[in-house]
Design a protein around this ligand. Structure first.
Ligand SMILES: [Zn+2]
Length: 65
């Protein structure tokens, strides 16, 4: 079974980003973790930066939908 965790981010200009972590939690198989992002990329210091304007992203609460 695969577990997915979402984290939401936004830059100071209001662009939104999303980080998805996929995790295999099966007890008898090798565990793995895969992280993919949308709207942002890895920047310096291990922080995410906006792909649109290049400003640092900060974590935001899950948006209402
Ligand atoms: Zn931005």
């Amino acid at each position: 079974m695969t577990m997915r965790t979402y984290e939401y981010f936004a830059c100071p200009n209001g662009h939104q980003g999303e980080e998805k972590t996929s995790e295999n939690d099966q007890p008898y198989s090798k565990s793995w973790e895969k992280v993919s992002t949308k709207g942002m990329r890895d920047g310096p210091n291990g922080a995410y930066v906006c792909t649109v304007c290049g400003l640092p992203m900060s974590r935001v609460p899950k948006p209402l939908s």
